[in-house]
Design a protein around this ligand. Structure first.
Ligand code: DAS
Length: 343
């Protein structure tokens, strides 16, 4: 379909911010020392490669960063959220962020907590870079812009559009190293999809009641993320405070459990810094009221740990980091209470 100049003028405005990642990665120009593709394409080039976008929105572009997504920092995300807020103030209908998939589950949730809303912020990327057969970046970008331009996508916080599915940032996780269907929301399911250009929202999610409105990027304190493993002891937990962390998210076994001999170290640490209890399983809520054995969730929560609710370990770390930066240790527990209550 060709869109006339008059029809174009009626289309919603969407801003695309590029941050790098596979969607932007090629091997043109100077070779990387290790060989392989590296992030080189900016938002303008990504948009120009998808002519169908001109039928969906008037697209403006911002080349914001050009990195592998593991190199993004909280300072980058705070700066990005400020730019997105300013872009919304200028009247755009929605924002798309393109970036590496490795950290989308964290960055999208951080934007959920940082951007003022209610207009949609839609994060996307690609699993197959543009030099491979069947790159998924162009289709993901088109779907993301379609979602960002859709009024029905507003008011649900940050979203992830990928593989023609729409996910709420608070639930979505990367679950596969190479599949284009890597993003899944096992706890709640996808909230919608895109088909033939139509944006379907099947399930509404409630906006998060907590927003980290006072955060400055350089003020986000270090928060550790640790797992639990069979036969492990407490030697890392005992070092967390000493090496300067100001919070810990512990991914316990199952519903939120640790070996009994780890409990004293966790109890002591929880008197010093906020310690959040999440699950290493990757889906479902950390329990709060079922088991009573030493090292169980009831035992740990009675010793001062904070229940992580439905948040995965990496997302709980994002919330703890931003809540600490926003209001200090007392605000952290309240932020988890507020977010877990919403679902
Ligand atoms: N794994 C790559 C990607 O999917 C690299 C990255 O996250 O930047 O984009």
């Amino acid at each position: 379909m060709d869109v006339t100049v008059n029809e174009q003028a009626q289309l919603p405005e969407v801003a695309v911010f590029s941050l790098g990642g596979t969607i932007a990665s090629t091997n043109t120009g100077e070779a990387a020392p290790s060989g392989g593709v590296t992030p080189r394409l900016g938002a303008r080039e990504l948009v120009d490669a998808v002519p169908q976008l001109s039928e969906v929105a008037r697209v403006q572009t911002v080349a914001f960063r050009q990195v592998a997504s593991g190199d993004l920092t909280f300072a980058d995300l705070v700066a990005l959220a400020e730019e997105i807020d300013a872009t919304f103030d200028s009247g755009v209908a929605g924002v798309v962020v393109t970036q590496g998939t490795d950290t989308i589950e964290e960055t999208s949730f951080a934007l959920d907590l940082l951007v003022r809303g209610p207009r949609p912020v839609v994060v996307t990327g690609a699993m197959r870079n543009p030099t491979l057969a069947g790159p998924d970046g162009p289709a993901n970008l088109l779907a993301a812009v379609q979602v960002a331009a859709a009024p029905q996508a507003a008011g649900m916080g940050a979203l992830v559009a990928f593989n023609d599915e729409i996910h709420a940032a608070r639930f979505v996780r990367k679950t596969h190293t190479s599949s284009p269907a890597t993003f899944r929301s096992e706890t709640a399911g996808t909230i919608g999809w895109v088909v033939e250009g139509r944006v379907r929202i099947a399930f509404q999610v409630t906006p998060l009641p907590f927003r980290a409105s006072g955060v400055r990027g350089e003020n986000v304190p270090p928060v550790a993320l640790l797992g639990s493993a069979l036969g492990d002891d407490a030697r890392l937990i005992e070092q967390v405070r000493a090496v300067g962390y100001e919070g810990l998210v512990l991914q316990g076994f199952g519903g939120g459990h640790v070996p009994a001999h780890v409990v004293p170290a966790l109890e002591k640490l929880a008197t010093e810094i906020p310690v959040v209890l999440a699950s290493r399983t990757g889906a479902g809520e950390a329990l709060t009221g079922t088991y009573g054995f030493p090292g169980s969730e009831r035992d740990l929560l009675s010793r001062g740990l904070i229940p992580g609710g439905f948040l995965s370990g990496p997302k709980a770390r994002v919330l703890l980091s931003l809540a600490l930066a926003d209001g200090g240790p007392d605000a952290a527990r309240a932020a988890f209470d507020q977010v877990s209550a919403v679902g």
